[in-house]
Design a protein around this ligand. Sequence first.
Ligand code: RIB
Length: 299
Amino acid sequence: MIVIIGSVNMDLVLRVPRMPLPGETLAGDRFMTIPGGKGANQAVACARLAAPGTRVAMVACVGDDAFGGQMRQSITACGIDDRYIDEVAGEATGIASIMVDANAQNSIVIAAGANGRLDVERIERARALIEQASIVLLQLEVPMATVIHSIELAHALGKTVVLNPAPAQALPRALLQKIDYLILNEIEAAMLAEEQSEDIPMLARKLHDLGARNVVVTLGEKGVYGSFADGQQRHLPARKVQAVDTTAAGDTFIGGFIGAIAQGRDQFEAIAYAQAAAALSVTRVGAQTSIPTRDEVVL
Ligand code: RIB
């Protein structure tokens, strides 16, 4: 079973011809509410892209508003176990305000809402679920104390711990020693490695030195660099596609990669599968609306 501990956001998406300048009012094209949140997106991606029969569960918080119900529905529709998604009374569900421009680039501001209420006590209440997991996957859209506690718990229980340290923020150095797979973009890699460099192999080496066993750096249209505990390293170029919206491309990649690893597939095969899924996602609009199913992914 794959357990995702993370955020749930309703994405408030506005298509714009270009990003507005400070102080400028701009006419947008179209407004949409689309289920998102890095945690929920990665849970949905795992559920859609892992081998049939793979169990996926999520530990999260939503508010007691309309978005909370809609988010739960989007999550359970994929067969994800929602028993540990708590509804917090008097709290708003997390939201992300997203602008997507004509070049498919996005700009995102999040308001944590109920995600900020996913505390250590709730993780302890989900301990029985975490004990059943083989893989525990986290991001950084819930409180840092919760992330640290969850990683320490999952590591102590002998689980495969996967961290997507997004949005980028500093982490306690010792935490990297408890991470089996660190999956991150080049900005996050430079931040955690404390090196302002675009030399990805060097950043990956530094992250290994800090304790991360396996490092996968996503480079957008430049592809993916994988550096693994068995000493294998390789850059895999990206597929060329006509992108309309890159929101959740990274989340799709992570779900595809973890789904394939859960099935015991080779790590570079897992990257290729995840890249194919992510390439498909950028040709579609939105976060969870863009994540393909296993049957749609053509290698
Ligand atoms: O990774 C994409 C996600 O980041 C969006 O769905 C948004 O909710 C933000 O959390």
